[in-house]
Ligand binder design. Sequence first.
Ligand code: AMP
Ligand code: MN
Ligand code: MN
Ligand code: MN
Length: 281
Amino acid sequence: MFTHYDLHTHSRQSDGTLTPTELVGRAAAAGVEVLALTDHDTLSGIEEARTAAHAAGIRLIPGVEVSVTWNRQTIHVVALNVDPDAPDLRAGLARLQEFRVWRAEEIGRQLAKAGIEGATAGARRHAHGVLISRTHFAHYLVETGRAKDVRAVFRKYLVRNKPGHVTGQWAGLEEAVGWIRAAGGQAVIAHPARYRLTNSKLRRLIGEFRECGGEGLEVVSGSHSQQDMHNMASLARQCGLLASRGSDYHGPENAWIELGRLPELPAGLIPVWQDWPRHAA
Ligand code: AMP
Ligand code: MN
Ligand code: MN
Ligand code: MN
């Protein structure tokens, strides 16, 4: 029987706009049966999401989307089924959160040089006190009329060679996968088609990822085109990776795709949930 999995979502504990409770309620109403909350670099929403999932009668997979620097580029690794109390993972994420605090100040200084004052304070008003993201800067810059929407802000201000760009110094790949495995979780390369890596670089990333114990590739992502999905499906088959499926939902305002609307995994793939216990809470 088809079970509806969505294994990549955000709440406002990172850069989503819904509370964990609202997210879970909306997912359940949209027909999602197994939902992973995977906020950026924090596990702080898991407990609330778990309670909400219990009430809504769906299954909550504790997760986190870890920011990684690989080959001087930012890569996201989704962790699934981690123990939220695992010490190495918690310590690692705390370090990434601290970097985010410093980076937010630095983005503010850079934007001030470009004539935009008060951006860090403005971004903080859009964050919810847990974690600060470029997305919060984007919301502030839209609010103050610097660009028409979040995507336009990124293009104009927050990416490489733009005034508010600050290079990430995230976890190493091996380090991040190590934290995830020590926490009992599975590591999955998030939205692989979005990095604009050449095919050979992507294969190199996958090779190193597998060597340090990474298991999955997000074949179906809200941010993938049909073509991306087919390319990533071939890659998962060829490289022997498990396949994952996640919307990367951030809230109703800025969704790649609404909850409950993701395509199924293409045929011939081993899903990342293959060996998960069927009826665990
Ligand atoms: P950060 O981890 O703080 O550097 O922010 C990364 C987040 O910004 C991603 O998880 C997306 O939610 C968002 N983001 C990145 N690039 C774009 C873009 N071009 N348009 C809209 N949102 C983006
Ligand atoms: Mn995000
Ligand atoms: Mn991501
Ligand atoms: Mn994400």
